[in-house]
Design a protein around this ligand. Structure first.
Ligand code: SF4
Length: 493
């Protein structure tokens, strides 16, 4: 009996380029896959950007694919090639690979090919994408004169209606795409042969599990890696993959003479199961904190296509804050919060509320100041009349991450991470993010987007609002408790 031939799509081929095992599992054992929420959101953004990019060359022929067989899509494409000047989602099959071209534009007697990416720059994997498109379309007998990767223009700032011509940049990748044609047929044949196999190819984990994309079979392939492994080593120093190749996987198996600096500190702390406490460093941090003290945390969302004026592609848009405050050390705790209404530009209301709450002379404590200061700076640009007040807040921001990142205080339970999600349960045993309905920034974005979808349903809306308020409040309360821990350590001696 003849062996089954597998038709590859462009995305499957790219998956196979990253790892043959990933392609095999995707084809034969897809239930093992775990799709992250961020990957699902990126996929959605990609579709929206692709559709928007059609307007760069308006009035083209769209090859519909919803509920339409591939054969029909290919046949519609062949018809369009005879009469259309621009085609969206043109479909071709050649050499066992099926592709859909985002945009094709007729120039003279040949066609220009535009591969649209919801990214701010061209990456090598985008060139691979364009190369397989070129391989299939030119192999189908269509002359391609130029190939472009069309991506978002990171310098574009929305003002009024979306200016699609300014939002996108098309980079000519013709030379790269042609250079990548060598070996394409052989790689496709290898992928098809591998897919016909009964078992997944024996491929060990490696740097390819994360590049160019985090692999969605990681949970399956990495299950033999224990907690507290070499992959938890933070910072620069010894390289993990050479250790792995030498059979060293557990943290306790790393020869200490291979380590120095923070890595040595981390492994030592893990072996001793004792925290690192540098009281001098903690005192220096506390010396720079004053009262009244405001603990601030923003939640933001971002969009590839800027939805409001003054925004660039993928610019963060603050929609929520939590603010705890104390008039003196150990004093009564006050709490204020803001959560935007769904489906509106949240920035002005959020800023007005924040400026009403934070006095000019207050110390403002955040966790990872680059983020909160960055949002405040953007608000100052967007609302220049408030810039003086915003800049005063910025100059009073202090960063609670500093003592943890600098290892003035470190617990082995942080597993090398300085994220507040890891630091909090390591030092404050009665608090953690486990069990919260919204448990991290990604889930907060998702919840806010859901809130916009259920805006007309007061019950659902109230439920999501409650979860979001609880999560953001937890972030600033965590800061309050961690500052208490630092004060406690300093006071002990
Ligand atoms: S996790 Fe790594 S080894 Fe496993 S399929 Fe993905 S890329 Fe391949």
């Amino acid at each position: 009996m003849a062996k089954k031939t597998f038709t590859l799509s462009k995305s499957r081929y790219i998956r196979g380029l990253q790892c043959h095992k990933s392609l095999w599992l995707f084809t034969h054992d897809r239930d093992l896959r775990v799709v992250s929420k961020s990957a699902a959101a990126s996929f959605q953004q990609g579709n929206e950007v692709g559709e928007c990019a059609h307007n760069i060359f308006p009035g083209g022929t769209f090859i519909d694919f919803k509920g339409v067989s591939f054969e029909e899509q290919i046949s519609q494409t062949q018809k369009a090639l005879k009469s259309a000047k621009v085609i969206y989602e043109a479909t071709f099959s050649y050499g066992g690979v099926l592709v859909k071209a985002d945009i094709m534009r007729k120039v003279g007697r040949s066609w220009e090919l535009y591969e649209v990416k919801a990214a701010n720059e061209v990456k090598d994997v985008h060139r691979d994408d364009a190369a397989v498109q070129y391989y299939v379309i030119s192999g189908s007998g269509v002359k391609i004169s130029k190939t472009f990767v069309t991506h978002l223009n990171r310098e574009y700032v929305r003002k009024g209606d979306l200016d699609v011509q300014a939002l996108f940049v098309s980079e000519d990748v013709t030379a790269d795409v042609k250079a990548k044609q060598a070996g394409r047929t052989a790689e496709i044949e290898q992928q098809q042969k591998m897919l016909a196999g009964k078992n997944a190819p024996k491929i060990d984990i490696g740097p390819h599990c994360a590049k160019p994309y985090p692999c969605d079979f990681e949970k399956h392939c990495w299950q033999q890696i224990p907690e507290n492994s070499i992959f938890d080593l933070a910072g620069n120093g010894v390289k993990k993959w050479p250790l792995y190749k030498d059979g060293i996987i557990k943290m306790e198996d790393i020869p200490l003479d291979k380590l120095k600096g923070q890595q040595l500190q981390q492994v030592q702390a893990y072996l001793d199961k004792k925290p690192i406490v540098d009281r001098t460093g903690l005192k220096a941090f506390l010396k720079d904190i004053w009262y009244p003290l405001y603990y601030l945390d923003f939640e933001t969302f971002l969009a590839a296509i800027p939805p409001y004026d003054g925004l660039k592609p993928y610019q963060q848009i603050p929609f929520q804050y939590s603010l705890h405050s104390q008039k003196r050390a150990g004093g009564k705790l006050y709490h204020k919060e803001f959560l935007a209404k769904p489906n509106c530009d949240p920035r002005k209301d959020l800023l007005d509320s924040l400026l009403d709450e934070i006095p000019a002379d207050a110390c403002v404590l955040v966790y990872y100041q680059t983020f909160e200061k960055g949002r405040l700076k953007e608000l100052a640009v967007q609302f220049p009349r408030k810039a003086k007040q915003i800049n005063a807040i910025i100059s009073n921001v202090r960063d609670l991450l500093v003592p943890f990142k600098g290892r003035a205080l470190y617990s082995w339970e942080q597993q090398g991470s300085h994220s507040i999600k890891k630091v909090l349960p390591a030092f404050v045993k009665d608090m953690s993010y486990e069990g919260l309905e919204v448990g991290d920034g990604g889930e907060a974005i998702e919840a806010y987007q859901k809130m916009c979808k259920v805006a007309d349903d007061p019950q659902d809306l109230a439920k999501i609002r409650k979860a979001l308020l609880e999560y953001c409040c937890q972030d600033t309360l965590a800061m309050v408790r961690l500052l208490e821990v630092i004060r406690g350590e300093v006071a002990e001696k």
